[in-house]
Design a protein around this ligand. Structure first.
Ligand code: SF4
Length: 348
């Protein structure tokens, strides 16, 4: 099922890139590389190891912004040294050899790491979606994105200017629009990541907002459901009706406003529960801890002292995969976040 979803994403990316032969050729090759990676994962599956196609890789906790409700600051994690260039490269080498084919590069702000493109250049067959606040994209970074098409910038925003600047700080929205103009001018495929709350739902899923962003050159929309990591924000979480409707809206936009539309966590019901904990994706923290998800800071394994392959088979991951019925969270947000005692009991 997840492989099917990935195939759909690449065919949407190819379709929306047809006017640019170089970009279309890139996505045609990328789709082939994804197919090869799926075959590698299938081989491991036959040998009893389930390898997810997606890794969420936190490359730093450092950020130059201080957004309200920033999950990276609110999710409690022990302060430990961050992985250096060699370690990051090694983790990705292991992941690539196992068949992991898509890496969501997150933070903090990934562009605060000057070595990030020195790492990604070694893995041209993997797709890196680099989630950035957009304030550190200069000519040198634009050049890197141009050279490394497999690293796709995803600009984080909350909607129009008022909402984005309210959360992220004055001037951030204008900076993002400027980034879009520069990325489009350089023929770079890019997208936007939108944290969807009950309050901004109508705006960010609305036709006029999507059209406006597409006019700015945006070709991918990643809708991330707000997770109430900050206490007293339960009422920011999208309603069940909004959650169901967003799936229908994305399907409609694929036809009316061509592009890539992805919901996170997406249609969990269709997937039989949350895809975390190595089912569809895993999270590696900036210090190398292997976790179910960025919103679930629980770990019993680290890539600092074991191969990624063994971490995928960790006691915690196995237990969470066996109890995935527990991961069906009815009221939105993250089931693991809401059941800390239960998760801890699985690690004891
Ligand atoms: S840009 Fe991202 S990591 Fe940085 S403060 Fe804002 S939400 Fe947090």
């Amino acid at each position: 099922m997840v492989n099917e979803l990935i195939r759909g994403i690449f065919s949407d990316a190819l379709r929306v890139s047809l006017k640019d032969p170089a970009m279309a050729a890139f996505f045609a090759r990328a789709a082939m590389a994804q197919k090869k990676a799926a075959a590698i994962r299938q081989k491991h599956e036959e040998q009893g190891l389930h390898v997810p196609p997606v890794m969420i890789l936190s490359v730093t906790n450092i950020c130059n912004l201080r957004c309200a409700g920033c999950y990276s600051r609110l999710v409690p994690r022990e302060h430990k040294p961050e992985m250096d260039t060699a370690r990051l490269t090694d983790v990705l080498r292991q992941a690539s050899e196992l068949g992991v084919s898509i890496v969501l590069v997150v933070g903090g702000e990934p562009l605060t790491r000057p070595d990030i493109f020195d790492v990604t250049r070694h893995f041209p067959d993997m797709i890196f979606t680099l989630f950035t606040n957009g304030t550190l994209i200069d000519e040198a970074v634009l050049q890197k994105f141009k050279e490394q098409r497999h690293v796709i910038p995803i600009l984080s925003m909350e909607g129009h200017q008022n909402m984005t600047d309210l959360r992220r700080g004055a001037g951030v929205y204008d900076r993002l629009v400027n980034d879009m103009a520069n990325l489009q001018r350089n023929g770079i495929f890019f997208g936007t990541s939108l944290t969807v709350t009950r309050q901004n739902y109508d705006t960010v899923t609305g036709e006029s907002f999507v059209r406006r962003m597409r006019e700015h050159g945006c070709r991918a929309f990643i809708y991330v459901e707000y997770n109430p990591v900050r206490p007293d924000t339960e009422d920011w979480v999208v309603t069940d009706e909004q959650r169901d409707e967003i799936l229908a809206k994305m399907a409609a936009y694929r036809a009316s406003q061509p592009g890539v539309y992805i919901g996170f966590p997406g249609d969990e019901k269709a997937f039989g529960g949350c895809l975390s904990s190595g089912r569809g994706f895993l999270h590696v923290s900036a210090s190398g801890d292997v976790e179910p998800c960025p919103f679930a800071p629980y770990s019993d394994s680290s890539v600092l002292d074991m191969p990624l392959k063994d971490a995928l088979n960790s006691r915690l991951f196995k237990a969470l995969q066996e109890h995935r019925d527990q991961l069906m969270e009815s009221n939105g947000g993250c089931a693991l976040w809401k059941k800390p005692e239960w998760v801890k009991s699985l690690m004891e």
